[in-house]
Design a protein around this ligand. Structure first.
Ligand code: ATP
Ligand code: MG
Length: 430
C-alpha cells in the first residue's frame, strides 16, 4: 500500500511510494532518484550491482516528471532529504513523461510568469507554488469556519444577471438565449435582497467578473469575493467583523501551514493586530498630499500612488472611513448630520485595497433618490428596489478580495500568483 512520502521515516522498514521523478543522478555504481509527491521528497538509491534487471531497466528508461511506483527497504541516510532513503525491490513506471519538459519543476531553471501559467499543471507541482494554494485553501477554510461559527447563512447568488450592480461599463455581456445578460460583477444586490428575506447574516465566497481593461499586478478579470451582509448592523459593526476575520484567517494559516510558510520562505509573515486604525478619508487625503508625488484633492478617488504613500505612513492594515458620498456607490448610507459624507469604508493593506463596505441605504425613497443622483435609471433596478418597499431592515456589509488577501498575506508580487488559472485581458487559456 502506498504511503505519503512525508510519513516515511528511518524506522518505516518496507515502504511503497508513488510520485513524480523530481531529479535523476547517475554516479556510475549508484543511481539516485528524488521522488516527490504532494507531501515531500524521498531519495531512492539503486546500487547497480545488487539491483534486479527489472529495476535497472526501469531506472534507465524513466524521465523526469514521470509517475512511478517504487517499493523497497527504508534505510537511515543522514545526507538524504528527511534523513532516509529507499532502496527499491520494484520500480514501476506508471506513466512516462515526454521530454523535454515545458517547465523545470525542480526550479533549477527559472521561468517567466507567462511560461509558468501556460504550463500551470507543471508549475503547481513545484512545492513553493503548491504551498500558495494549500495556504489559500486553509484561509478559505478558516473563513467558512468563522462564518459558520458566527451564525451566517452561506448563500450562492446568480452569476448570470440582467443588470449591472453599479451601472458601470465593467461588465462582460453574454448571450442568454434571446436576451442580453451579463456576468455579475458583485453579489451586492442579491445579498441585500436577502436582508429583506430575513436571513439576517449572509456570506458568500464566489466569483466576480470585471471587464476592466486594467493591466496591473492587482487586477484580475475573474476574481473571488468573500462577501457578507448583516441586518441591524452599522458600518462600525461590520468593520469589527472584517478585522476579526482577517486576524482569524492569519492565525489559522500561522497554526496550520508552517511547512508551507517555510517552503515559501515567508519570513515576514505576521498576524496583524486588531483593532485596525480607522483613518477618515479627509485625513488620508492630507497624508497623500504631504507624502505622495502625484497631486490629489479632497473628492478624488485614491490612486495607486496615493494608496502606497498612505500605506507607507500607516505601516499595517487600516480602514479608510467617512468617504465623500459622491465617489461611493448609491447604496452607501450618507451620514444624517452631513450627507456629503457616507458610512462607507475600505479595508487597506499597506500595499493595496482589500475590501470595500458600508452601511447601506435601507429607505426606498432615499435609495431611489441616490440612484438618480448617480445618473442611473431606477427602472432598471426594479427587481432590487421592490424588497425595499416591504419591510427592509437596516443593514451593512462588505466584499473582500480573496486573491488580494492571499497576495498581501504571502508577499506575492503579482495577484496572478494567488489564482490557479488567472483571467486577464490576455489570458483565457488554460
Ligand atoms: P480597485 O479600486 O482596487 O480596482 P474596487 O474598489 O474596484 O478595487 P470593489 O468593487 O470595491 O473593488 O471590490 C471589493 C474588493 O474585491 C476589492 O477591494 C478587491 O479586493 C476585490 N476586487 C475587486 N475587483 C478586483 C479585480 N479586478 N481583481 C482582483 N480583486 C478585485
Ligand atoms: Mg472598492
Amino acid at each position: 500500500m502506498r504511503i505519503p512520502i512525508q510519513s516515511v521515516t528511518p524506522e518505516t522498514g518496507h515502504a511503497e511510494v508513488c510520485g513524480w521523478v523530481h531529479e535523476v543522478r547517475d554516479l556510475g555504481g549508484l543511481a539516485f532518484f528524488l521522488i516527490r509527491d504532494r507531501t515531500g521528497i524521498i531519495q531512492v538509491t539503486i546500487p547497480k550491482k545488487k539491483a534486479s534487471e527489472a529495476v535497472l531497466a526501469a531506472a534507465k528508461k524513466v524521465s523526469r516528471e514521470s509517475v512511478v511506483r517504487i517499493a523497497g527497504t527504508i534505510k537511515a541516510m543522514e545526507k538524504a532529504p528527511g534523513g532516509r532513503e529507499l532502496v527499491p525491490d520494484t520500480f514501476e513506471i506508471v506513466n512516462l513523461a515526454e521530454t523535454p519538459l515545458p517547465l523545470d519543476v525542480s526550479e533549477k531553471v527559472g521561468a517567466e510568469l507567462d511560461t509558468r501559467l501556460d504550463a500551470r499543471f507543471l508549475d503547481v507541482r513545484r512545492p513553493r507554488v503548491a504551498a500558495v494554494f494549500q495556504i489559500r485553501s486553509a484561509a478559505m477554510h478558516a473563513a467558512h469556519n468563522y462564518f459558520h461559527k458566527k451564525g451566517f447563512i452561506s448563500i450562492t447568488t446568480p452569476k448570470i444577471v440582467a443588470a449591472a450592480t453599479e451601472g458601470g461599463t465593467e461588465l462582460f455581456p453574454i448571450a442568454y438565449f434571446d436576451k442580453e445578460a451579463f456576468l455579475n460583477q458583485s453579489p451586492q444586490l442579491y445579498k441585500q435582497m436577502l436582508m429583506a428575506g430575513g436571513f439576517e447574516k449572509v456570506c458568500e465566497i464566489g466569483p466576480i467578473f470585471r471587464a476592466e481593461e486594467h493591466n496591473t499586478t492587482k487586477h484580475l478579470n475573474e476574481a473571488t469575493s468573500i462577501d457578507i451582509e448583516v441586518s441591524y448592523a452599522d458600518h462600525h459593526e461590520v468593520m469589527r467583523i472584517l478585522e476579526d476575520l482577517i486576524v482569524k484567517i492569519y492565525e489559522y494559516v500561522n497554526r496550520s501551514c508552517s511547512d508551507q510558510l517555510a517552503n515559501l520562505e515567508c519570513t515576514d509573515f505576521t498576524v496583524p493586530k486588531a483593532p485596525f486604525t480607522r483613518l477618515p478619508y479627509r485625513e488620508a487625503i492630507e497624508i497623500a498630499q504631504r507624502t505622495c508625488s502625484e497631486p490629489i484633492q479632497y473628492g478624488d478617488d485614491i490612486s495607486a500612488a496615493a494608496e502606497h504613500a498612505i500605506g507607507d505612513e500607516m505601516g499595517s492594515h487600516y480602514f479608510i472611513t467617512d468617504w465623500p458620498t459622491e465617489i461611493r456607490p448609491y447604496y452607501a448610507m450618507p451620514y444624517e448630520d452631513d450627507p456629503s459624507i457616507c458610512k462607507a469604508f475600505d479595508l487597506m493593506h499597506p500595499r493595496m485595497e482589500l475590501s470595500s463596505g458600508a452601511e447601506r441605504v435601507h429607505q426606498y425613497d432615499l435609495l431611489v433618490q441616490q440612484i438618480k443622483k448617480k445618473g442611473l435609471n431606477p427602472e432598471s433596478f426594479e427587481f432590487y428596489l421592490r424588497p425595499f418597499r416591504y419591510g427592509m431592515p437596516p443593514h451593512a456589509g462588505w466584499g473582500l478580495g480573496a486573491e488580494r488577501l492571499i497576495m498581501t498575506m504571502l508577499g506575492l508580487s503579482n495577484v496572478r500568483e494567488a489564482v490557479l488559472f488567472p483571467r486577464d485581458m490576455h489570458r483565457l487559456v488554460p
